[in-house]
Design a protein around this ligand. Structure first.
Ligand SMILES: O=C(O)CCC(=O)C(=O)O
Length: 291
């Protein structure tokens, strides 16, 4: 079912793919990694909110207020998630049991970020071919907080992994609007590398974002994302099998979003014989020593 959706629409959703406790651990580590990267960017006078593009081997800008972090992703808990995440059965079904992980990272959308430009994560293998080819690579999005139109759900043009459909988009003859999904943390999206998509603005706040560690004062801070009724997922399930465990585990994470933005892990897998040479094509390091 999920595999068919991935092949036909270019995307599938897997409910509760990551348990609440694993999300909480990943969110805590993401916060540490992010603080380290933000501090190093600040030392270099780089402001992710300025809209100026930058690319280091550990972090790159994606648009104003949106950064793509690849620092410490060979370490736990990300290394294990990349190998054993609750999406691997779908990925292996589509790419083969011998598929390999290309890379993993975190897209952080800071409060007040812009909508991202429409893009694909990679090209068609044989552009202009008459026939549609099966996926050679997929991306898995793993939100570490609940996603909503407030903090920015990614948007997708379903079917645009097929070249002629993507061409219709470019030519303006595509009529179906893009779709997005309000998702709980722990529910993941797997999509074809060629699917046209973008991140959307994080409207949860504006102003300067300062990387900081938790203090006792944090307990008294107002939650910048008021708790509201969770919207249903694509299939009408609210995605919470344990009656609120995800929300409990993430209460603290959500409360700190003003400091760390909206964190979204991603993992990219491919057929064994393919390598991504397009993304993060730089040798300039943010940190003095190599990772
Ligand atoms: O931030 C998001 O929601 C999506 C980011 C994305 O698609 C990208 O950086 O390629």
């Amino acid at each position: 079912m999920a595999e068919k959706s991935l092949l036909d629409a270019g995307l599938c959703i897997i409910q509760n793919a990551v348990p609440a406790d694993a999300i909480a651990v990943a969110a805590a580590q993401a916060k540490l990694v992010t603080a380290e990267v933000m501090a190093a960017l600040s030392d270099r006078g780089v402001d992710p909110n300025s809209g100026h593009e930058f690319v280091y081997s550990e972090v790159a800008s994606r648009c104003r207020g949106r950064i793509d972090v690849r620092h410490r992703f060979d370490q736990e808990p990300f290394a294990s998630l990349g190998k054993e995440g609750g999406w691997m059965h779908v990925v292996k079904e589509v790419l083969g049991g011998d598929c390999r992980m290309q890379y993993a990272g975190l897209v952080l959308s800071l409060p007040g970020s812009d909508d991202q430009g429409w893009h694909t994560d990679g090209e068609h293998l044989f552009p202009g071919l008459d026939q549609h080819t099966p996926p050679h690579a997929v991306t898995v999005f793993v939100p570490l907080v609940d996603l909503s139109s407030e903090n920015g759900t990614p948007e997708f043009f379903l079917g645009s992994h097929v070249e002629k459909n993507a061409a219709a988009l470019t030519e303006g003859t595509e009529t179906d609007p893009p779709c997005s999904f309000d998702m709980k943390a722990g529910t993941v999206l797997v999509f074809d590398y060629r699917l046209v998509h973008r991140g959307t603005a994080n409207k949860t706040g504006v102003g300067a974002i300062v990387a900081r560690t938790n203090t006792d004062d944090d307990e008294e801070r107002e939650d910048p994302i008021p708790k509201k009724k969770v919207k249903l997922d694509a299939d009408g399930d609210d995605g919470d099998s344990d009656g609120g465990g995800v929300e409990r585990a993430l209460g603290d994470t959500n409360a700190k979003q003003d400091a760390v933005g909206r964190p979204l892990l991603y993992f990219v897998y491919s057929k064994t014989w393919w390598t991504d040479t397009r993304n993060f094509n730089t040798h300039e390091h943010l940190f003095n020593g190599k990772e």
